[in-house]
Design a protein around this ligand. Structure first.
Ligand code: AMP
Ligand code: TRP
Length: 328
């Protein structure tokens, strides 16, 4: 039996190369060795305001992005979270076992809630990690490949699983986060102190998977660097380090090779090579996304098959959980 992997992305904003390098890129390599479930987590997306039509379109777009990036529907299962109602159901059951304190300590919640007055903090951004825990625990997931920012949520998931198992008997597997060293945290191009983010105010923060070649060239040219000399992997030169990490991941070259390639060269040459490397990797994905979105029936069939596979596992798990809790 292959170990199971579960991961998901919210259908909101524009998926960027941080999402790609931090998650989908890794998923593609995992699908040969694991039983993979890749979800489009639309119920998570509504924790902030969404325009219904845009949300509907984005949900399909993420599915097309998964496929265009190389997720193979023969090997992996792609589905929409809301197509399997057990996610919402398990979330309520787990809600009753979670603590206010532990949720208040989530860094993502602290960041997101800072933008609101106390009275108006949406409850969805507070218990969002419990829905994520439900996603993971429904499927006896062993590994959760995510970017660094989600590690704390996976740890909370482990705590909830442990707590539930102690109280009601062995029910859930405790999942491990699976975070790769490179790409786990791609920083903003305009501000290398903060992670690249789909919800960034400036489009110069990220390169989206649907940016044109010209957009990519323009954004890399503008990316923040420093006034020092030499193209070297130096963690203290944050802007450059981030750009070099992106170059390393897309080119599959080693750090030594890269430093040699740009020995005696400056930012101009490096940025030009970086933009070309990104375009070489991203432009085929962009074209594939467009093609897949045109094949509506093909896409719907993949999502339906994915949901059927997931539902079959989730239904059994929810029966077990309810029985253990005495829910008739
Ligand atoms: P989100 O954009 O929050 O829906 O994240 C989707 C996935 O991309 C999650 O696995 C995140 O951890 C990952 N991710 C988001 N932003 C970055 C980033 N700047 N660098 C690396 N991974 C990221
Ligand atoms: N919370 C994740 C994010 O914002 C998305 C997500 C929801 C997820 N459920 C998940 C990731 C389960 C991994 C496993 O990026």
């Amino acid at each position: 039996m292959k170990k199971r992997i579960f991961s998901g992305i919210q259908p909101s904003g524009n998926l960027h190369i941080g999402n790609y390098l931090g998650s989908i890129y890794n998923w593609v390599n995992l699908q040969n060795d694991f039983d993979c479930l890749f979800c489009i987590v639309n119920l998570h997306a509504i924790t902030v305001n969404q325009d219904p039509k845009t949300l509907r379109d984005k949900t399909k777009e993420i599915a097309a992005i998964y496929l265009a990036c190389g997720i193979d529907p023969v090997k992996s299962h792609i589905f929409i979270q809301s197509d399997v109602k057990e996610h919402a159901e398990l979330m309520w059951l787990l809600n009753t076992q979670a603590y206010f304190g532990e949720l208040s300590r989530m860094t993502q919640f602290k960041d997101k809630s800072d933008k609101f007055k106390n009275e108006n903090i949406p409850l969805g951004i507070f218990n969002y990690p419990i829905l994520m825990a439900a996603d993971i625990l429904l499927y006896n997931t062993e590994l959760v490949p995510v970017g660094e920012d989600q590690k704390q949520h996976v740890e909370l998931t482990r705590d909830l699983a442990k707590r539930f198992n102690n109280k009601f008997g062995e029910t859930f597997k405790e999942p491990e986060p699976y975070i790769l060293k490179d790409g786990a945290k791609i920083m903003g191009l305009d501000n290398p102190d903060k992670k690249m983010s789909k919800s960034a105010e400036s489009a110069y923060n990220y390169i989206s998977l649907i940016d044109s070649d010209d957009d990519i060239i323009r954004k890399i040219k503008k990316a923040a660097t420093d006034s020092e000399n030499g193209i070297k992997f130096d963690k203290n030169r944050k802007g450059l380090h981030n750009l070099l990490t992106i170059y390393k991941m897309f080119s599959l070259k080693s750090e030594k090779e890269i430093e040699k390639e740009f020995e005696n060269k400056g930012y101009g040459d490096f940025k030009k090579a970086l933009a070309e490397e990104i375009i070489e990797n991203i432009s085929p994905i962009r074209e594939k996304i467009k093609e897949i979105l045109k094949e509506k029936k093909y896409l719907d069939k993949i999502l339906e098959d994915g949901a059927n596979y997931a539902r079959n596992i989730a239904e059994k798990k929810i029966i077990e959980v309810k029985k253990k809790m005495g829910i008739i």
